[in-house]
Ligand binder design. Structure first.
Ligand SMILES: CC(C)(COP(=O)(O)OP(=O)(O)OC[C@H]1O[C@@H](n2cnc3c(N)ncnc32)[C@H](O)[C@@H]1OP(=O)(O)O)[C@@H](O)C(=O)NCCC(=O)NCCS
Length: 175
């Protein structure tokens, strides 16, 4: 009985996790950036200039020994991407930075984002980093929840105040 049940509901095959290949993966990874950037920077639209710059940066990163990129592949199609880099800060000579992470909508909540993060974190850790950092937009509650779930905490906070026109104050000088 158990064997029949197992064959009726075969375990889904996990996507393949592998290093980014600039020749075969560039276009698919570019497509992911619409959601990544337009969700996390409200009002921003991915345009031709951004695409050109991003493509250039992916090609550069692929040759840079201080950066690492992994993809998830399923049935010949990419369904995930992560990019990490080595950096220095004012007080630390080698820290890791997660620059970008994306998982296709149908795989969200399935643990694939964590798989990508673990691969990237392992690579950064193997390079001897003292910590791993990333930035997130507070409006992206799912991403913030995900980072918290896998152990990230808030170290710095970017605070914002929108300037308003001060009534009765003129920019023109008296003279
Ligand atoms: C961010 C991303 C990689 C996370 O992957 P994911 O598979 O969606 O993440 P998970 O489902 O494993 O984890 C999300 C966790 O956040 C929390 N969460 C989910 N929805 C949430 C919400 N609306 N508000 C707050 N927390 C939420 C939950 O704790 C959830 O974990 P749990 O359900 O296992 O308890 C993925 O959503 C994605 O690719 N988004 C689009 C690209 C993007 O915005 N990237 C981030 C750039 S900073």
């Amino acid at each position: 009985m158990a064997a029949i049940r197992a064959s009726e509901n075969p375990r889904p095959v996990e996507p393949r996790l592998r290093r980014f290949n600039v020749r075969s993966d560039l276009d698919a990874v570019m497509q992911f950036q619409y959601e990544v950037y337009e969700t996390n920077f409200p009002g921003f639209r991915v345009d031709r200039h951004f695409q050109d710059d991003y493509r250039w940066d992916l090609r550069r990163a692929a040759r840079d020994s201080r950066e690492v990129m992994y993809v998830l592949e399923e049935g010949g199609h990419l369904c995930g991407f992560i990019c990490g880099a080595l950096m220095t800060t004012l007080v630390e000579s080698s820290v890791g930075y997660i620059k970008n992470v994306y998982v296709a909508p149908h795989l969200r909540g399935s643990g694939q984002a964590e798989r990508l993060m673990q691969a990237c974190e392992q690579w950064l850790s193997d390079q001897g980093v003292s910590k791993i950092m990333l930035d997130a937009s507070v409006i992206n509650e799912r991403a913030v929840g995900f980072y918290r779930k896998i152990g990230y905490t808030v170290e710095r906070v970017r605070m914002v105040k929108r300037p308003c026109n001060r009534a009765g104050v003129s920019d023109e000088s008296d003279g």
